[in-house]
Every structure is written in C-alpha cells, then in structure tokens.
Design a protein around this ligand. Structure first.
Ligand SMILES: [Zn+2]
Length: 227
C-alpha cells in the first residue's frame, strides 16, 4: 500500500481498491493536496477524527460526488449536506464500504480509528495522545496517562501494518510517550509520527528509540511512501 503524508495529522492510504484519507488538513487552503481525478475507479473514503479545524477541513465536503465520509459524532454538518456519511461514536465497530472500522475514545475530542481494509490493519490516533504537559498538575497528568493507556489496552497485542501516532514536541521531553506505549503494548510495521506542527525533526528523534527501524522519516508535505 502507498501512504502519503499531507500535513499535520492528514494522511492518505491507497490500497488496491480504496483510498482512505484521514484528517485532511490544508492549513487554511495553503495546500491543495487532493484531487479525486487521480484515483478514478477507487473507493474514496474520508475519515474525520474530531471537530478541531486542524483535523476537520471543510474542503473535503466538496468531493461528495467522488467520496464518502466517516465522521466523528462531535462534528456537525450543515443539514443541506448530501454526501454519504457514517457518523461514529467511541467504542463501536462499524462495517462500511467493506471496511471494518473500530473506534477508540479520544482523551481530547472525538475518536481514534482502527480500520481493517482487505486484511491490512491501519491505526489513526486522531488527538488520542499521552498529553503529559510538564507544567500541569500531577493529578491532571495521572488522569491523562490513565485515559491514554486504557484506550491503547483495548487493542493490546494487535499488529497494525500502519500506525499514525501523535508526536507533539510541545510536550517537550514527553513527546514520545504515546508512541512508546503503543509500541510496547501494540505493534506496527510502520509508524508515521503526526501532529508535529511542521517539526519534521521529531521523526529523526523517534528513530533513535528501540523501535526506530519502524519509524517512517517524513521530510516534507505530500511525500509518498510504499509500505
Ligand atoms: Zn489536534
């Protein structure tokens, strides 16, 4: 399968028959990553993990003729919107266009996705992250730790072919805790760091971890990798 990094937490996964786009984000139309004409004959599905503007770019709603949508329940669409939509809630399993879609509860907003497509398992965390802030109270950070761990333990022992996991350097020396825990309790052949606000060096930093050979080193927008 082919994976393209768009921007922030936005990725495209292309398989033999499908195009799955997660958390498309064009940064206020600064970028124009996606053209459905490039994927004629493939089933195009957009995923939106939650309603924050850096994860839900309303640009995607222009492609109702070519695509369908899997959208977190906290996103409200205009009643006039006529696209094909599956609204999802946390801790559910859905069948949609031949995909099996499981959801986790994000400890920020909305959901994380565990998607099975043609035998391939794909994880996209959305804003589910080990949000340990150095300046926060111990109580806050303990709760965040528990909420992250509880969700990841729901998929403990699984093997994903591709995982998209937040690695946010605003968390300073704790930026890698979410990835660390995921790789300890779950596993993935290829891990794409995300939500790193253009700081591509986080990929190189994660490569120094014990699971570094599985970290994909992204170096620019619109970069494509064959997995
Ligand atoms: Zn976010």
């Amino acid at each position: 399968m082919k994976v393209t990094y768009f921007n922030h937490s936005g990725f495209l996964v292309e398989t033999e028959n499908k195009v799955l786009v997660f958390d498309y984000y064009s940064q206020g139309k600064l970028f124009d990553f996606f053209d459905p004409k490039s994927y004629k004959g493939k089933d195009i599905i957009f995923f939106v993990s939650h309603n924050h503007s850096d994860h839900f770019d309303t640009r995607i709603l222009d492609w109702t003729d070519e695509a369908s949508y899997v959208i977190s329940h906290d996103v409200t669409l205009d009643t006039a919107f006529c696209g094909e939509v599956l609204y999802v809630k946390p801790h559910e399993t859905y069948q949609f266009h031949g995909l099996t879609i499981e959801t986790l509860l994000s400890n920020d907003e909305g959901v994380a996705f565990a998607v099975l497509e043609d035998g391939k398992a794909i994880y996209h965390g959305g804003d589910l992250n080990w949000w340990h802030w150095n300046g926060e109270s111990q109580e806050f950070n303990n709760e965040i730790a528990k909420s992250y761990q509880d969700e990841i333990l729901r998929i403990k022992g699984r093997k994903f072919q591709v995982a998209f996991i937040p690695a946010d350097l605003r968390l300073q020396d704790k930026y890698y805790w979410a990835t660390d825990y995921f790789m300890q309790e779950v596993d993935a052949d290829a891990v794409f760091p995300m939500h790193f606000w253009g700081k591509f060096e986080v990929c190189r930093m994660l490569k120094e971890k014990p699971y570094g050979d599985k970290i994909i080193q992204i170096s620019k927008e619109n970069e494509t990798f064959t997995i």
